[in-house]
Every structure is written in structure tokens, then in C-alpha cells.
Design a protein around this ligand. Structure first.
Ligand code: GDP
Length: 459
């Protein structure tokens, strides 16, 4: 692909809004804009203006005025993509934006692929791959944590943590290489001690980053939660209660169709991703309908299980089966319908299960705070904190860190086993490369394309 091709897209959301933005980027961005822009000030051409300036005028399709606009000119390399960029602030109607974009395309740009602006920013060295990924995360953020961690990642804190580790490793790769090349001047005596110290420090750092992943993912995407229970126990009432909580923000997950199976719920500080909400709603025959096998599978994939029991009924075989299924898992058992006379008590359940048990009423909204507390205890030792620790929230990064960790451990074992130093280099090198993947060094084109294809249009 010729990177200098000029691309264009609607960069704002393309519904009806006050302002809609068309972004053009590439070698001919300014030329293309000049072909369709008539400045309010007679004779002014965009090619003659200073970078980072705004210009009022009209978008002209031949003699016809399409829109009254403000045009921003941002000359490379000081633009998002690193290339010459023009942003046209139009009025925000879907039809206007489409017409202006069509006009831009007819005048020499081509439609940008999803994520192509950010991909160019990456390819032009304006940001590394982890920062580019943070752009997408930022746009898709569903809660404060996701927003916070993606902003930090965009500002480069994941990159910085990785760079520091890489720079330590690189020093040792270079040192070993030089010593082997020039044994007369560079001695490897006592070197094992030095490298052991470096390995201790850096395996710890890598491990610390890896350890943030589960919590990071849960906070970013929500704790994967399934609601299980017999027909009529109150599962959909619980779901509705959580959805209807004043503090809850309900968002459809992007990219899913009408029959959304997951729902993101922010409950106070907690973010839950409730799985199979369509199933909960569409049937009053949950467990029987999905079958214990499927319930088992769902439970296995979930971080958290909420088991709703009908407290106005006796515990039966079906309940026992589910209790057995969730044994040893992160689960909260809700004895529902506490507003009625309870036939099943907390003690009855505790006798046959080690899971947390609370009394609940989905109808009256009783027990919600206790439920929140229990969840916080399970996942965040009681307190959700958004400190400024570096969090790994991207599974691609986690995988690279896992591999780098393995390689560093391998070096340590070679040192212990008294292997020759050139053995160390091989594994040091692979740790170095793995970490480089996070920053986007030597990643395959296919992977780059895949990552950016997940972006939305115009970004
Ligand atoms: P599901 O089949 O498990 O989804 O159960 P539903 O949420 O549809 O509830 C079944 C019935 O129990 C409905 O008539 C609800 O109004 C009722 N119900 C649910 N939760 C409570 C509760 O806490 N107290 C009382 N009294 N009734 C409840």
C-alpha cells in the first residue's frame, strides 16, 4: 500500500449533531480540500496558510454551495497521523456529511478503512502500537476505570514500563556480545551475579504487570457474570432490578445486534458484564431450558455466578445440582423473596454449600448493597481502587508478557546451570522481542491490519 495515498472519512459520529467532521489525511489532503473549499476571504487558498489555523468558508460542489464550514489545516508531521491533515467542520446532518465526503472522494481522496488514521499515526511513528490500541479502548470505554486506564496507556505508561525492562535486557545482550567478541578487554568474571540481579528485578516487574491483567480486564470489561436459578426464582427480576438501579448505567455492547446476549451494568463502583441476558428474559424456564450442562459451561466461563433461589420454596434436587456445580467458584447465592415467608433459610443453604449466601428480595430491592459488598470482597479485597498503577488490559500484551517472563526464567535457569553466556543471549533476545511486540516492533503486517480493522470508521 502506498502510504501517501490521501484518505478521508467522517470522523464524528454520523448521526444528527451540531457539528460533523470530515477528516482528510495524506500527501494531497490540502490540495483536495482546496479543490472544494471556497474561503470567505476572497482568493485565500489553504495551501498558502499556516499550519494549525482555522478558516471559514464554503464547501462547493461546482457552483453549488453544499455547506458553510470551518476548515482546520494541520501540516505534517504535527498532526494526529503525522501527515498533512485537513478537518472540515460541517453541520452535523447525516446527509450533509455524506455529500461532503462524496465530494472529497470525487476530488482525489479515497475512503479510509476503519482505524486507518490511527494506523498511519502508528506507521509514521506518532505513537507505538500499545498507544494506538489505547485509542480504540478509550473510544469503547464503558466505565471510569476503562477510561482511566486507556488514557494512561495512550499517554504511554504501558509503553514506558515495557521500554525500561527492554532497555535493561538490551544492555545485557550487548554486554555479552561485546565480551564474547573481545574477551581480552571485557571480562565476564563475576558477570553471573550481575545478570542474576537484573533478572530478579525484571522478572518481578514483568510478573507484576502480568498480575494486573485479571483485575484490569474485569474492571475494564466488567466482571463476567451469569445469573442461574430455577424457573420463577426471580432471575429476570434481579436483572431488571440491577438495570433499573438509579446508579446503574446500561449500555449496549458495541457491535452486537438486537438480540444482545450481554449487558454491561455499572453498579456503583462495580462493572458487571451480565452474560446471556436474552436467555434470562426470553424464558421462565431457565435452568431446565438451558440444561445443567450448558449452565455448567456458562458457569465455567464466568468470573462470578449469581445463583437465585426461591426462598419461599423448599430446596430440591435441581437446586442441589446447581449448588454442587458452583461449589468452589466465585459465587453468591441469593435467597430471594425474603419479603415473603421464607421456607429456606441461610443456614439451610450453608449446610450444603460453602458459597456466600445472602437474603434478598428482587421485588423490594432488598439486599442489593450487601450483594455489592460481597462482590467487592471477592474481586477487589473489598475496595475498588483506581490508583495510577499501570494495568495491562489487553490480552495481546498479556501474552507477550507471559512469553517474555518464560524467557527470562529460562535465562535464570541457564545461569544456575552454569551454561555458557551465549546461551543467555538467545533467551534474552526472545524476551526482548516479545516485549517489542507490545510496542509494535517487528509485528507482522497481518496482525497490524487485524488490530486496526477493529477500529471504528474515521479513527
Ligand atoms: P425467573 O423465571 O427466574 O426469571 O423469575 P422472575 O423474575 O420472572 O420472577 C418470577 C415471579 O416471582 C414473578 O412473579 C416475580 O414477580 C416474582 N418475584 C421475583 N422476585 C421476587 C421477590 O423478591 N419477592 C416476591 N414476593 N416475588 C418475587
Amino acid at each position: 500500500m502506498k502510504i501517501t495515498e490521501t484518505i478521508a472519512a467522517i470522523a464524528s459520529s454520523s448521526g444528527h449533531s451540531g457539528i460533523g467532521i470530515i477528516r482528510i489525511s495524506g500527501e494531497e489532503a490540502i490540495e483536495v480540500a482546496d479543490r472544494i473549499f471556497k474561503a470567505y476571504k476572497k482568493g485565500k487558498m489553504l495551501k498558502d496558510v499556516e499550519s494549525h489555523t482555522a478558516h471559514f468558508g464554503y464547501i462547493m460542489d461546482g457552483e453549488q454551495v453544499l455547506d458553510e464550514v470551518l476548515v482546520l489545516v494541520l501540516k505534517g508531521p504535527h498532526s494526529y497521523t503525522g501527515e498533512d491533515t485537513v478537518e472540515i467542520d460541517c453541520h452535523g446532518g447525516a446527509l450533509i456529511l455524506k455529500k461532503v465526503l462524496d465530494l472529497v472522494i470525487r476530488n482525489g481522496a479515497r475512503t479510509a478503512e476503519p482505524g486507518e488514521f490511527t494506523k498511519r499515526a502508528f506507521l509514521n511513528g506518532k505513537m507505538d502500537l500499545s498507544q494506538a490500541e489505547a485509542v480504540m479502548d478509550l473510544i469503547n470505554s464503558q466505565n471510569d476505570f476503562a477510561l482511566n486506564s486507556s488514557i494512561n496507556q495512550l499517554r504511554g505508561d504501558v509503553s514506558e514500563a515495557v521500554r525500561q525492562i527492554r532497555s535493561d535486557i538490551l544492555y545485557h545482550i550487548a554486554f555479552i556480545e561485546s565480551a564474547l567478541d573481545d574477551p581480552e578487554h571485557i571480562s565476564l568474571d563475576g558477570y553471573d551475579e550481575q545478570i542474576t540481579k537484573m533478572l530478579d528485578e525484571n522478572t518481578k516487574k514483568v510478573k507484576r504487570l502480568i498480575d494486573t491483567f485479571d483485575n484490569g480486564r474485569r474492571m475494564k470489561e466488567g466482571i463476567k457474570t451469569v445469573i442461574l436459578g430455577k424457573p420463577n426464582a426471580g432471575k429476570s427480576s434481579l436483572l431488571n432490578l440491577m438495570l433499573g438501579e438509579e446508579r446503574a448505567i446500561v449500555t449496549d455492547i458495541e457491535g452486537t445486534t438486537r438480540d444482545t446476549l450481554e449487558e454491561n451494568i455499572n453498579l456503583g463502583e462495580l462493572s458487571l458484564k451480565i452474560i446471556d441476558t436474552a436467555g434470562i428474559r426470553s424464558t421462565d424456564d431457565k435452568v431446565e431450558q438451558i440444561g445443567v450442562q450448558k449452565a455448567k459451561k456458562m458457569a465455567e466461563e464466568a468470573d462470578l455466578i449469581l445463583f437465585v433461589m426461591d426462598g419461599s420454596k423448599q430446596i430440591d434436587e435441581n437446586d442441589r445440582e446447581i449448588l454442587h456445580l458452583i461449589q468452589g467458584r466465585q459465587a453468591v447465592i441469593l435467597i430471594n423473596k425474603m419479603d415473603m415467608e421464607l421456607v429456606t433459610s441461610e443456614e439451610d443453604v450453608k449446610k450444603i454449600s460453602d458459597c456466600d449466601v445472602i437474603l434478598f428480595s428482587a421485588k423490594e430491592g432488598l439486599g442489593m448493597e450487601l450483594l455489592e459488598e460481597k462482590i467487592k470482597e471477592k474481586f477487589y479485597s473489598g475496595k475498588v481502587t483506581y490508583n495510577n498503577q499501570v494495568y495491562i488490559t489487553n490480552s495481546r500484551h498479556k501474552e507477550a508478557l507471559d512469553n517474555a517472563y518464560e524467557s527470562l526464567i529460562q535465562v535464570g535457569q541457564s545461569v544456575q546451570a552454569g551454561m555458557p553466556e551465549d546461551f543467555y543471549s538467545i533467551d534474552l533476545m526472545s524476551a526482548y522481542s516479545e516485549l517489542g511486540l507490545i510496542l509494535g516492533e517487528s509485528v507482522e503486517d497481518d496482525l497490524v491490519n487485524e488490530i486496526f480493522s477493529k477500529f471504528c470508521m474515521g479513527k
